[in-house]
Ligand binder design. Structure first.
Ligand code: GLA
Length: 493
């Protein structure tokens, strides 16, 4: 008879930190080089990469095998330069501090592809909307450095809508709103690049953006060149005010995709037409690296029964979860930016008669599932000012490692039992991430045979929120509170 080992996990709100094994914070202990372990860049364009490393400071880094054209600053761990020759370069990184050293491998792929793992960073829209300024961007960058998020891989800082004036200038260029960005966008880009960040910006495939300021239709080349000259590294390209037709969308997105590709920078291209024209079927061909699959996310758990037609976390998972086969290294489904830690404090994404804000457990489920779905991780909260409970969700290195796994497979739901869903994401070197999400309002007991994840015998099981090895199992029985998600990392025994 098959031996079943029963294991019960009972979660309390703060149980994840309190019950776990001792777990070093971002700036404690030995060096740990975090993912991504594979990065792409176009030949002949600027490469900027802050080696994401946890551990006590001061820290120093050394590298072997850097391609010609790149240099490492050994005190900051930032690699910069331009590589002319396409190729795959294996780089050996050693990070060292008072507690010891760690060696890690980084693949630098100079070629046709970017975003070999999902983009990580921060975007201004979800909390700040129109309240967007140079000071906010600079303070956000400093906060991401001080709180350790940059060292966990959050390295794109994305300016969303409303950095520009409504009307295009007489010279044919977009006019930067100088009350918000008095020193221009290039000043901000330079500031970020020196600190190992990359800068994202926003425009729209029609005359005006969603918030009613200048878009790029008819000026794609001019704008793409301006963005590149300023040092922009990513464009989110929206679709407000544009015709519904899919053919038109493809033409308009292709035009900007080609314009970006013709610049001398590696610019990641985010297609944002909210999934209405099935962009997963055509976004890659027009130069896109990731594409929104749904309407805008709201800071809410589940809005299906609200009658508003708005999308909360669960509503988005239901759509994005079906599209796993379209994702892979360089090309990702985008279930929209994170609402982790917003707690209802947003004027831009919360409208209508809905109760906004989620609990910590719900935000942890949100983070878990975005990682299982290999989604871009763009935090949207005020990172200058957040409680540790929120920071712990955003900076859990083990859940981020699942998101940033180099196989780049989007996880899928493999079983549903009542309100509990079991999701599987295959990882590099035969490991598997398994998540069990209780989306219902009652506590649930679920048995999870690890055969579901392809393990014939026992697997070694680690809980990535408890930071604890649980042992070897053939099957687990989990006790899940409402809205909680357990995420396990499984390794062949
Ligand atoms: C659209 C996008 C959002 C945000 C706003 C800005 O709604 O989907 O993510 O960029 O526009 O106006």
């Amino acid at each position: 008879m098959k031996k079943v080992v029963w294991f019960v996990l009972v979660f309390t709100l703060f149980g994840c930190s309190g019950n776990g094994e001792k777990f070093d914070g971002v700036f404690e202990g030995r060096p740990r080089v975090n993912p991504p372990y594979v990065v792409g860049n176009y030949p002949g364009t600027e490469f900027i990469f802050a080696i994401p490393t946890s551990g006590e400071r001061p820290m120093t880094w050394t590298v072997e095998g850097l391609p010609e054209g790149l240099t490492l600053n050994e005190k900051t761990g930032i690699i910069r330069g331009v590589v002319k020759e396409a190729g795959d370069y294996g780089v050996k990184i050693t990070a060292k501090n008072a507690h010891g050293s760690q060696v890690s491998e980084l693949q630098i792929r100079i070629g046709k592809e970017l975003a070999l793992t999902p983009v990580m960073g921060w975007n201004s829209w979800n909390t700040f909307g129109q309240h967007l300024t140079e000071a906010l961007i600079i303070e956000t960058a400093e906060a991401l450095i001080a709180n350790g998020m940059r060292d966990l891989g959050y390295n794109y800082i994305n300016i969303d809508d409303l950095w520009q004036l409504k009307e295009r200038g007489a010279d044919g260029h977009i006019v930067i709103d100088s009350t918000k960005f008095p020193r221009g966008i290039k000043y901000v880009a330079d500031y970020l690049h020196e600190r190992g960040f990359r800068l994202g910006i926003y425009s729209d495939a029609s005359k005006y953006t969603c918030a009613g300021v200048c878009g790029s239709l008819g000026y794609e080349e001019v704008d793409a060149r301006d963005f590149a000259e300023w040092g922009v590294d990513l464009l989110k390209y929206d679709y407000c005010g544009a015709p519904a037709s899919r053919d038109t969308a493809i033409v308009r997105y292709r035009k900007m995709g080609e314009a970006l590709r013709a610049t001398d920078r590696s610019i990641i291209y985010n297609i944002c037409e909210w999934g209405r024209r099935k962009p997963w079927e055509w976004a890659k061909e027009v130069g896109g690296h990731y594409w929104r699959t749904t309407e805008d996310i709201r800071d809410a758990w589940d809005l299906r029964e609200s009658g508003t037609g708005l999308y909360g976390i669960m509503d988005i998972i239901d759509v994005n979860g079906e599209l796993a086969d379209y994702a892979g290294p360089g090309f990702w489904n985008d279930p929209d930016m994170l609402v982790v830690g917003i707690f209802g404090n947003s004027s831009s994404i919360n409208s209508g008669k809905v109760q906004y804000g989620c609990t910590l457990k719900e935000y942890r489920t949100h983070m878990s599932m975005w990682c299982m779905m290999a989604a871009p991780l763009l935090s949207g909260n005020d990172v200058r000012n957040m409680p540790d409970s929120v920071l712990n969700i955003l900076t859990n290195p083990e859940i981020i490692a699942i998101n940033q796994d180099q196989l780049g497979i989007q996880g899928k739901m493999v079983k549903k039992e009542g309100d509990c869903e079991i999701w599987i994401k295959p990882l590099y070197k035969g490991e598997v991430a398994l998540a069990v999400m209780n989306r219902g309002e009652q506590a649930e007991k679920v048995e999870v045979p690890l055969q579901l994840a392809g393990f014939v015998n026992k697997a070694l099981v680690r809980d990535v929120w408890l930071h604890r090895d649980l042992g070897e199992y053939e099957s687990l029985k989990l006790d899940l509170e409402p809205h909680v998600t357990v995420v396990l990392r499984l390794t062949q025994h």
